[in-house]
Design a protein around this ligand. Structure first.
Ligand code: OSB
Ligand code: MG
Length: 368
């Protein structure tokens, strides 16, 4: 595919409700939408960096810099064969996975459109709909948390994840478990703890949680091994798994029993597929994480999650959990069995609402 032009849309979309994690509170979702033209086709990708480096070190500003000044010169005017060809051209850029992944997503959209195949088909997906859950932000009180969770359970979500941080952990989790004795429940700390907190968190082990996500530092796989040895509940790594290699390290070190796959964090959908395969070979289940994506990123998550080893429900909720007006014409809805249907159209299988995209755009850069 000859890369003829690339457009970067720096957007900011208001969230329906603020989303609070151990690293901060989001009211708007910033992102970079990447539009690539090639041979009469247009492919779209989403770079899931946000306005702050709380989840990982990239932000939309660093991503725009890396996208414009380093990634673009390596691909503009070039003939890119496929995602692996793209990855090989990226080896001179260390890190910046969210930026790389946004471009790779647009290339996949182009490949699918050219071949008349959906991403699900290209990835070897086996499911027409995938089980999903909802990720619930930190709330002011345990009572408010139970109330918020109740709303989502009434919407039909059969799996709930709550965000935790020091001072908002054991009591919050116990309150939700008490209100919903049978719901599939898990917690996510986003790296808010150290091993010094492990004993205090031990009561979490009595709540029949599906998993405890990323309790410790992002760059510390070894302490997660120690943490996992203390807990019966499976530890799931998110932030720590920044490449398929890191998945292997975590498996070999017994640092977790489950892996959260996010194409952005891993540096591209191709790396998500590879991580899925590595985990599958070790009988380690994976699930698809979320980054409050727009309809573009959400479509890619659903395609990924249709692969066989995505055994646990993903953080891929319905569009109306995030945005009143999305930038795709298609909106994703929750089916009555707590699933969302995987798109079947060529590429990502979604079409961009240009007016909506324009209305959310803060800066636009075209290179050709
Ligand atoms: O850790 O999984 C996370 C959102 C932004 C950054 C990190 C995370 C999250 C979520 C939201 O949990 C998942 C979603 O609904 O998209
Ligand atoms: Mg997480």
């Amino acid at each position: 595919m000859k890369i003829e032009s690339i457009t970067f849309h720096n957007i900011s979309m208001p969230l329906i409700a603020p989303f609070e994690t151990s690293f901060g509170r989001a009211v708007e979702r910033e992102a970079v939408i990447i539009e690539i033209r090639s041979e009469g086709l247009t492919g779209y990708g989403e770079c899931v960096a946000s306005d702050n480096p709380g989840y990982n070190y990239e932000t939309v500003t660093t991503a725009m810099h890396i996208l414009k000044d380093f990634i673009t010169p390596l691909i503009l005017g070039k003939d890119i064969k496929d995602a692996l060809d793209f990855q090989e051209r990226m080896v001179s850029i260390r890190g910046h996975h969210l930026a790389k992944a946004g471009v790779e997503m647009a290339l996949w959209d182009l490949i699918g459109k050219r071949e008349g195949k959906s991403l699900k088909q290209l990835f070897g997906g086996v499911r027409d709909k995938v089980e999903v859950g909802v990720s619930v932000g930190i709330q002011a009180t345990p009572e408010k948390l139970v109330e918020t969770v109740t709303g989502f359970v009434n919407d039909g979500y059969a799996r709930v994840k709550i965000k935790i941080k020091p001072g908002k952990d054991v009591a919050d989790s116990q309150a939700v478990r008490k209100a919903f004795p049978n719901i599939r429940l898990q917690v996510d700390a986003n790296s808010a703890y150290s091993m010094d907190d492990a004993d205090r968190l031990k009561p979490l082990d009595d709540l029949n949680l599906l998993l405890i996500e990323q309790p410790l530092f992002e760059d510390d796989i070894w302490d997660h091994h120690k943490f996992q040895a203390k807990f019966n509940t499976p530890v799931c790594l998110d932030e720590s798994i920044i490449s398929p290699r890191h998945a292997r390290y975590a498996i070999e070190m017994k640092a977790c029993k489950i892996i959260n796959i996010k194409a952005g964090r891993l540096g591209g959908l191709s790396q998500g597929v590879m991580t899925h395969d590595i985990a599958q070979q070790s009988n380690m289940p994976v699930w698809c994480g979320g980054m409050l994506e727009t309809g573009i990123g959400r479509a890619s998550n659903l395609a990924l999650a249709s692969m066989p080893n995505f055994i646990l429900p993903g953080d891929v909720s319905a569009s109306d959990r995030y945005y009143t007006r999305d930038i795709t014409h298609e909106r994703f809805v929750l089916n009555s069995d707590s699933t969302i249907t995987v798109p079947t159209g060529p590429g990502l299988g979604v079409t961009v609402d240009e007016d909506a995209l324009k209305s959310y755009t803060r800066a636009k850069v075209v290179v050709n």
